[in-house]
Write a protein of this length. Sequence first.
Length: 260
Amino acid sequence: MLLSSHTLQVQSEAIPLHQGQPALETVRLSGHEGLNSLFSYELLLKTPDALNLLASNAADWDLDSFIGREISCSIALDGTGQFLPGAVGASVDHVGAGTRQINALITDAKLWGEEGRHLQYKLTLRPWLHLATLSTDCKIFQNKTVVQVLEELLADYPFPLEKRLIETYAVRDYQVQMGESDYEFFLRLTQEHGISFWFAHSEGKPRLVLIDNMGAYKKNASAAYQQVPYHPPGWKIAYRRCKVGMADENRVAGLVIGSN
């Protein structure tokens, strides 16, 4: 089911329905993501006013049914605010405007609390490779390159894998997974052989990307985010900008009468 706000859309079959409409709406998404690590995001949702959903009903949802379900988050990108030649309408001053996807599995779901008339839920989102942290194994891989070992190791997880590898890797007599989780073994092999990884997000699926060369890194698809300014601590920028404005109205006295 698709949830939508001004800047964030969330789609997942895990989201309950009430009267044919999503029974949760987005509040915020926060988290971290980097090279050679498993990303983690927290998605806060709330019950909407419009559906007149009783808190007692929402509190009875089976949160176990959320776990392991796929979820896709689309974040609106503002762009640079620069003129886009030939553009018309809303895109005329938004070079690079578009959406960024985060595709993940729901690995934790909890009733977060109440705020006014709303019940809030918090979901933890992690990549499919998180599943490889949940069990340990002992295996021997014989007469294989490290790439072949990684392919065999990840074959148990039915998710996309992309290899941007140019190096030639020697066939090893044997390679042993020694009571490690699949993720620990995966991490050890990639570190030993200088292979980096990250997750690319497109078409609703998280894709694990393996690379061993600088040329494998591609530019951000959005022109607005191919160069990101960096300011060290204490740096004073030469301009100020306002991102949020708020109107405030107060009642004042219209007439003051004084006497001596």
